[in-house]
Design a binder for this molecule. Structure first.
Ligand code: TXA
Ligand code: MG
Length: 339
C-alpha cells in the first residue's frame, strides 16, 4: 500500500516531514518533490534500502543514483575548490556534481564506481525531508525505468503505486526536467546530462566546461546508455518550429489517421494556433519561453498517453543551446524518430 500525504510546497508541515523521515530511516521508500522532478528516495547509507530503489523502478543495476543533501558540507565525498564554487553559485538547484566518492554511503548507490553524484535540491519539501531524516537521501526520478520522469505525485502513482511506502504530494514541480549532471572528476569537467543549469551558466564559473561526447565505448554516465523518458505511444520528432511544424504534422497526421491511429501532437502555442490537425493536442507554451516548454514536456507526453494517443508528433526544432539543449536531449532519448 502506498500512502499519499499532501504537503504545502512552500512550508511543509513538520509532522508530515517527520513521518516521511521515519519511513526512510526504517528502510522504506518515499517519493518527494524536488524543483526538477519527483524523486524516489531511500536512506543512502543503507544497502538494503538502496537495493529496493532498483527493484521498485526495474532499474538496471549498473546505473548509479544521485545522493541528495541539505548542505554542501554534507556531501559524501570530496568537493574540490571548483566544486565548492559551483555549489556556492548553483545550490540549492538543478545541478548534480560527480565527485570522488567518500565513505558513509552504501556502495549500491554508485554501482561500485569510485565516484558519486551529489546535489542539493531547491525545494523546501526535499530539504526538509533530508534534514528530518538526518541521512543523505539517494533518489533517482520516481518513474519505472525507461519511462518519462514524473512532475506530479499522480505521475509517481501511475508508475509505482504499491512499490513504495509514501508519496509526499506538493503539486507539480517547477523545472520539469532533471538536473544537469557535471563530471568534476574529468579534465576538463564535462556535462554528462544537460539540464536545468545550462552549459553557458556553468562556463561562467568553469570556463573550460565541455559537453561529454556521445558514449562510444564505456559510457561515462551509465544512465545515458538506456532508452529514456519514453511515452507508450510511438513518438515522432518534427524538426521544425511554429507554423511550419504545424503544416508538417497536418500532412503526416492524415496518413496516420487513414491507417487507423489516434494522433496526438505536443507543440508550442505558435504551432497550435496554426492548427496541426490532430485528434489530441497538448501545448508546450510559447517557443520564446523555454522554461515553460521544459516544464510541460513530460507532463504533455504523459497526458497524450493517458488520452489514448497511438502516435505523438512532437515539435523538436528548438535551438540546441541554453535550456533548448536539455529539451532536445530528452526528446531524442525518448526514442523519437526524426522526420
Ligand atoms: O533532477 C534530478 O537529477 C532528479 C531528481 C530526483 O533529483 N534525479 C534524477 O536521477 O534524474 P536519475 O537516477 O533519474 O538520473 C541520474 C543520472 C543518471 O544518468 C546516472 O547515470 C547519472 O546521473 N549518474 C549518477 N551517478 C553517477 C556517477 N557516479 N557517474 C556518472 N553518472 C552518474
Ligand atoms: Mg531517471
Amino acid at each position: 500500500m502506498t500512502r499519499v500525504l499532501e504537503v504545502d510546497p512552500a512550508s511543509p508541515d513538520p509532522q508530515a516531514l517527520s513521518a516521511a523521515a521515519k519511513v526512510l530511516r526504517e528502510g522504506g521508500l518515499v517519493a518527494f518533490p524536488t524543483e526538477t522532478v519527483y524523486g524516489l528516495g531511500a536512506d543512502a547509507t543503507s544497502p538494503e534500502a538502496v537495493r529496493r530503489i532498483y527493484e521498485a523502478k526495474g532499474r538496471p543495476p549498473d546505473n548509479p543514483l544521485i545522493v541528495h543533501v541539505a548542505s554542501p558540507d554534507a556531501v559524501p565525498g570530496r568537493l574540490t575548490s571548483v566544486g565548492r564554487r559551483l555549489a556556492e553559485r548553483f545550490w540549492p538547484g538543478p545541478l548534480s556534481l560527480v565527485i570522488a566518492r567518500g565513505p558513509g554511503i552504501a556502495p549500491e548507490v554508485s554501482c561500485g564506481l569510485d565516484t558519486v553524484a551529489v546535489r542539493m535540491p531547491d525545494h523546501p519539501v526535499a530539504l526538509g525531508l533530508i534534514v528530518h531524516a538526518g541521512v543523505p537521501v539517494a533518489a533517482p526520478s520516481a518513474n519505472r525505468s525507461g519511462r518519462t520522469s514524473p512532475t506530479t505525485a499522480q505521475h509517481v502513482l501511475e508508475d509505482l503505486e504499491g512499490r513504495l511506502e509514501l508519496v509526499l504530494d506538493a503539486g507539480p514541480t517547477r523545472v520539469g526536467l532533471e538536473s544537469t549532471v557535471l563530471d568534476l572528476t574529468s579534465d576538463p569537467p564535462a556535462v554528462l546530462r544537460p539540464g536545468g543549469v545550462t552549459l553557458e551558466q556553468l562556463r561562467e564559473v568553469v570556463p573550460q566546461a565541455t559537453l561529454a561526447s556521445e558514449p562510444t565505448g564505456a559510457p561515462r554516465s551509465p544512465g545515458t546508455r538506456y532508452r529514456h523518458y519514453a511515452p507508450r505511444a510511438r513518438l515522432r520528432l518534427v524538426e521544425a518550429t511554429g507554423a511550419e511544424a504545424a503544416q508538417l504534422i497536418r500532412r503526416l497526421a492524415e496518413a496516420e489517421r487513414r491507417a487507423g491511429s489516434r494522433v496526438g501532437a505536443l507543440v508550442t502555442s505558435e504551432a497550435a494556433r496554426a492548427d496541426p490537425g490532430v485528434d489530441l493536442l497538448e501545448e508546450l507554451g510559447p517557443a520564446a519561453d523555454l522554461a515553460v516548454v521544459a516544464c510541460r514536456l513530460y507532463a504533455g507526453l504523459r497526458a497524450l498517453d493517458a488520452r489514448g494517443a497511438d502516435v505523438i508528433f512532437a515539435e523538436a526544432g528548438f535551438a540546441p543551446d541554453g535550456l533548448g539543449r536539455a529539451i532536445c536531449d530528452r526528446l531524442r532519448r525518448a526514442g523519437g524518430k526524426c522526420l
